[in-house]
Every structure is written in C-alpha cells, then in structure tokens.
Design a protein around this ligand. Structure first.
Ligand SMILES: *[C@@H]1O[C@H](CO)[C@@H](O)[C@H](O)[C@H]1NC(C)=O
Ligand SMILES: *[C@@H]1O[C@H](CO)[C@@H](O)[C@H](O)[C@H]1NC(C)=O
Ligand SMILES: *[C@@H]1O[C@H](CO)[C@@H](O)[C@H](O)[C@H]1NC(C)=O
Ligand SMILES: *[C@@H]1O[C@H](CO)[C@@H](O)[C@H](O)[C@H]1NC(C)=O
Ligand SMILES: *[C@@H]1O[C@H](CO)[C@@H](O)[C@H](O)[C@H]1NC(C)=O
Ligand SMILES: *[C@@H]1O[C@H](CO)[C@@H](O)[C@H](O)[C@H]1NC(C)=O
Ligand SMILES: *[C@@H]1O[C@H](CO)[C@@H](O)[C@H](O)[C@H]1NC(C)=O
Ligand SMILES: *[C@@H]1O[C@H](CO)[C@@H](O)[C@H](O)[C@H]1NC(C)=O
Length: 539
C-alpha cells in the first residue's frame, strides 16, 4: 500500500468546484449574499473496462433523443419529452432563483407531478445545471437573459423577457398539450389538478387580499371601485382550445401595444387580455382558499386557521427581496430545501445513479468534489471486493463516509445500493439530519453486512478532513501515504476554498490548464439583493 508521495499534479479531478443549490449533505452554507450555495456532488470517473474512456452515460430515459448540446434542445422536443397525460407544467427561472426552483420542485414531487415539469431556463447556467441533474427537464429559448439585463428589472431588455412567457405557453398549446404555468416562489401543499373543475379554457387566480366567501363566483372578477382588478399571472392552467390560444394571442398583443406602460410586468397585460376575451373564452377563477395570494396567506393567521386544509398552492408574493422571501418561507415551514432535499429531482444523486451504472456492468467510483487526489487511488482497490469505502473517523466520531465509494458491478454492491435507496426513501433522518445521505449509507452497510463483501480503505490513504487538516503530528507520521484528501469537517464554501489554499491543495490557481474544463472562469457572484421578483411584490 505504501507508495512514494508524488508532487501534487497527477489526477486532477474535473470541476474542482461547482455551485449547486441542492443541499445533499451538510456542507451547505450561506454565501456572502445569502444565496444558498452548496458544493456539488459530482460523479467522477465512470470507468469503462473495455474502452478505458471515462464518460458519464445517462442510462435512464431515451437519452439518445437528446441533442448533444442542450442549446439545441427545442421547446417542441422538451414539451414532448416532459408531457405526461397530455400535460406540461412550466416555470421560468433565472440562476439566482435556483433555490426557489428547487423548493418548488420538492413540493411538486410530493404531489407526484414532477415528471411533467419543464423548466424554461432564462440563462445558460440554469439550462445546464438543471439538465445535468435532471436531463431533459430544462430548455432555453434564445435569446438568453444576460446578467446585465437580469439586474435591471423594468428595463426594455427585461421586458423582452417576461413578454415571451405567453408565447411559450401558446407554443405548447399549439402542440396540443394542457399547460400549467407557475412562478417558482410558490409551494404546493396539495395536488392542484384536483381543483381544475370542469373543462374550461383557462384557470387563473386572483391576487386580491380581500377575503371572499368560500363559495365565491368562479367568473372573472369585476374591476373594483377604482377600476382595478388584480389577476395574478403567477398560476395559470390552459387547455389546448381555441379559447385559451386566443387568450394567449391577446396577451401577446397587449404586451406589444402597451410595453411602455407595463414596465416589464406582464401581469396588467394578462389582466387586460382576460377582460377583452371574457366573452369568447371560457374562464375559471380558482378558489381563493386553495390559491391564496401571499398578501393574505402570510398576513392573516385567523383566515389561515379558518381555511385550514383547503390551501393548495401558496404564493410568496407581496414581499420584496430574495432573502425576505426565503426567510418567510422558512418562518412558515415552507422552505423544504433544508429537510427534504432528497425529494427533489435535482437533489437525488448517488445511489440511484450508481445502481444504474452498476446495472450496465461498469465499475464506478464516486467522489464528492470537495476532494483532491494526491495519488492514484486505483492501486488501493485491492483484490475483488464488492464495495470500497472510507471511514470518517476522528478522535471524537466514528462514521462511514459516503464521500468516496468504489463499487464493482456485483450482486453485493447492487444490493447495498438498493438498501441505501430504500432507506433514503424512508427518510427517518430527514428531520434531524437535513438531507444528509450518509446515515442511510451507514444503515445500508449494517443491513447487508453478511451479504456484501466490503473493504474499508486505509485511513492513512483516505483520511477525513477532520484528521488531515487538524493533526499535523499525524500528517507527518503518515507522510507519503495520503491519496485522496477530503475538505470536510468545515462549514462554508469560502472556508473550504481557503483551507485548500492554505494547505497547497487549491490547484485551480496554478494548474488550471491541466483541467479538462480548462481555466475556471471567475465564479460569478450573484447578488441576490439586486434581483427582485418580477412582479407585484409590494402592491
Ligand atoms: C427585444 O427583442 C427584440 C426582438 O427579439 C429585439 O429586436 C430587441 O433588440 C430587444 N430589445 C432589447 C432591449 O433587448
Ligand atoms: C354563497 O353562500 C351564501 C350563504 O350560503 C349564499 O347566500 C350565496 O348566495 C352563495 N354565493 C354564491 C356565489 O353561490
Ligand atoms: C385590469 O383590467 C381591468 C379591466 O378588466 C382594468 O379596469 C384594470 O385597470 C386593470 N388593472 C391593471 C392593474 O392594469
Ligand atoms: C372590462 O373592463 C371594463 C373597463 O374596466 C369594465 O367596464 C368591464 O366590466 C370589464 N369586463 C369584464 C368582462 O370584466
Ligand atoms: C391559529 O391556530 C394555531 C394552532 O391551532 C393557534 O396556535 C393560533 O393561536 C391560531 N391563530 C389565530 C390568530 O387564531
Ligand atoms: C383576517 O381574516 C379574518 C377571518 O377571515 C377576517 O375576519 C379579518 O377581517 C381579516 N383581517 C384582515 C386585516 O383582513
Ligand atoms: C447474482 O444475481 C443473479 C440474479 O439474482 C443470479 O442469477 C446470479 O447467479 C447471482 N450471481 C452471483 C455471483 O451470486
Ligand atoms: C494527533 O496524532 C498523534 C499521532 O498519531 C496522536 O498521538 C494524537 O493523539 C493526535 N491528536 C489528537 C488531538 O487527536
């Protein structure tokens, strides 16, 4: 096992850092701007015994029908791929809103409608991020929102953006699908499809905070005394009828003709198009108790108590600012990202994917990306055990780490993955462990102890960060034996980066050309406070 320690240069793993908004394990942190950023978990090195060329297949679904670059994925293709039972659920998201997308998706998954979701990505970062985690579920309809434009809410460029929404919806209707549109600052508490009574053309919600009787009319509300109606364009359901298409066309027309007045908000135009088409389109106003505006739900506890059990989708509007929205969701127990990350289609990673790769007959090595290779780990995979893993032990704790795992495509390792998946789905830890998959992995190892041939990798070769970065005596004693270093036992993205730097393990600065990704472009600092929700946040 003992090998000479070579200089830090050999197997530099791709993508040393990557942002992800999925808190799969407790390395999540708040950045300077309060944006939830997490080190991505990345599958590294899928080793093909026959060709030796590493690549990552997406074995599920008809991946062959996807274009080689997601840029070339069209709305038609994407709608066809995601439509289930003739229905597509769409949202439109820019990168800073990824945490909200994730939160919304978890709530949609809990109602078992996630397979129908199509994310209309407003920028390439979102397109690639979503499709990497969840192939085929994001599409970008050019032009992309550039970061300049994104910051100037209300600018003509921004307006160009929101004004495209009815066009996308119309296009999906023309393909013959039902389409539900949601803003992503929403949370589903129940299945909204149960509320789509009858066979009307278009279903929408009222953003007014006035409390209506439970049996309120489902007709288009009349303008109030001041001539104002507050229809929300945040949640819309459309059937592929002539009426719904006419409504979309009218909305597009309204946006074009009134673009100045609307100042980047597509909602007044939607409101006017409802008024104009009211006699030709079969409209249905959804129940206030089921689809309350944030101005009511978050502000009147008496009403919330009175209508308990009736709430279906909660909209986090009537509040300005990214951080405030997030805080409010947290305060009301609607921030699911903390405790239910593993229920998100964007969050599920390891065991399912690893099992799929095993089923294809490949060996697979899994690594967290907050690791650095100092030596080739493959010589350490002695003899032919099913599963190789590492210990996260320091003086105080003893736990198995799910951070480095090597699996051979054997019945034993498949069984272990199946147990792991089973345990994750049962999620007994979700309350206390915040979406950490590690206890489940430990449990699965225990359960399969007599059936799976497991091999604990050497501590000196695969030390936990709790040891390597903290006990210099030990590090000296074991010099030359270290193979993969894990920057765990520390919280915070910046702290991890700084520690790697301090220990000469931040290779990005000096060895960037050795990365298959080339020089890592400067990490974009997204200032959440610059982004405002695109509409009616404070009315
Ligand atoms: C808005 O979109 C139109 C058509 O795509 C384009 O010609 C125009 O330059 C855009 N305006 C801005 C300010 O981005
Ligand atoms: C709602 O119920 C009240 C009392 O039961 C009744 O007077 C009213 O007409 C109903 N309104 C509608 C729109 O059905
Ligand atoms: C919404 O449309 C109504 C007509 O139905 C109009 O009176 C009202 O001013 C509009 N509201 C906004 C905010 O544009
Ligand atoms: C449309 O708007 C006008 C002007 O605000 C109003 O008088 C009329 O009642 C509205 N029509 C419908 C169907 O709401
Ligand atoms: C609403 O219900 C909760 C739980 O039953 C109770 O603690 C709270 O006091 C109620 N609030 C109001 C304003 O009635
Ligand atoms: C809050 O809701 C209750 C019950 O529906 C209602 O009686 C009260 O007027 C509402 N308060 C405000 C400030 O709207
Ligand atoms: C693995 O499982 C398959 C299917 O259950 C079985 O046919 C095969 O004999 C098993 N292989 C070994 C080596 O146990
Ligand atoms: C550090 O490592 C040395 C040598 O292995 C060991 O004797 C000592 O107990 C360790 N210190 C701590 C705080 O764990």
């Amino acid at each position: 096992m003992v090998q000479q320690q070579r200089p830090v240069q050999s197997s530099l793993s791709p993508s040393p850092l990557s942002y992800s908004l999925i808190s799969n394990r407790p390395i999540s942190l708040l950045s300077r701007n309060g944006l939830l950023l997490v080190l991505a978990l990345l599958l590294l090195g899928v080793f093909l015994p026959w060709t030796g060329s590493p690549f990552f297949p997406f074995p599920n679904r008809s991946s062959s029908s996807f274009p080689s670059n997601w840029r070339d994925y069209s709305l038609d293709q994407a709608a066809k791929f995601t439509a289930k039972d003739g229905t597509v659920i769409v949202c439109a998201v820019s990168y800073p809103f990824m945490p909200f997308l994730n939160n919304w998706l978890i709530s949609v998954s809990r109602q078992k409608h996630q397979d129908k979701v199509l994310v209309i990505a407003e920028d390439y970062a979102t397109l690639y991020k979503v499709n990497k985690k969840w192939p085929g579920h994001a599409v970008l309809i050019p032009p992309a929102l550039d970061s300049q434009t994104a910051q100037y809410f209300g600018s003509p460029g921004f307006f160009n953006f929101t004004s495209r929404r009815p066009q996308h919806l119309l296009q999906i209707l023309e393909l013959g699908y039902n389409v539900m549109y949601n803003d992503v600052d929403m949370v589903w508490l129940q299945d909204p499809f149960q509320q789509l009574e009858g066979s009307h053309d278009a279903y929408f919600t009222d953003d007014r905070t006035n409390i209506k009787p439970l049996n309120h009319s489902h007709n288009l509300p009349h303008p109030d005394r001041n001539g104002v109606t507050y229809i929300c364009s945040c949640m819309i359901f459309l059937r592929p009828t002539n009426g719904a298409k006419l409504l979309m066309k009218t909305w597009i027309e309204e946006l074009k003709s009134g673009s100045k007045a609307y100042e980047g908000n597509d909602q007044p135009a939607f409101n006017w198009s409802l008024n104009k088409t009211a006699h030709q389109v079969d409209l249905y106003l959804l129940s206030q108790a089921a689809f309350p505006t944030g101005g009511l739900y978050f502000k009147n506890e008496t009403w919330v108590n009175e209508t308990k059990g009736k709430h279906v989708i909660i909209h986090n509007n009537y509040i300005v600012g990214f951080k405030n929205k997030m805080k409010r969701f947290r305060d009301f127990g609607l921030w699911l990202v903390d405790d239910h990350a593993l229920e998100s289609p964007l969050g599920k990673l390891e065991p399912q994917h690893l099992l799929q790769i095993l089923e294809l007959g490949y060996n697979v090595m899994y690594n967290d990306v907050d690791m650095v290779w100092l030596q080739d780990p493959f010589p350490y995979l002695e003899s032919s055990h099913d599963v190789y893993f590492t210990d996260d032990k320091t003086a105080e704790t003893s736990n198995i780490c799910s951070c480095t795992i090597f699996l051979r495509p054997t019945n034993g390792s498949k069984l272990l993955m199946k147990k792991w998946i089973e345990k994750l789905q049962a999620q007994p830890w979700s309350k206390s462990k915040k979406g950490n998959d590690q206890p489940a992995f430990n449990w699965a190892l225990e359960q399969t102890a007599h059936q799976v041939d497991v091999y604990l990798l050497s501590q000196a070769a695969f030390p936990t960060g709790g040891l390597y970065f903290r006990n210099m005596t030990w590090v000296k004693e074991t010099k030359g034996k270290h193979v993969i270093i894990h920057s765990n036992y520390i919280v915070g993205f910046k702290n991890k980066m700084k520690r790697f730097r301090d220990f000469g393990l931040w290779l990005v600065d000096d060895h960037a050309p050795k990365s298959p990704l080339g020089k890592f472009t400067k990490i974009q600092k997204t200032s959440s406070s610059k982004y405002r929700k695109t509409r009616k946040t404070g009315t």
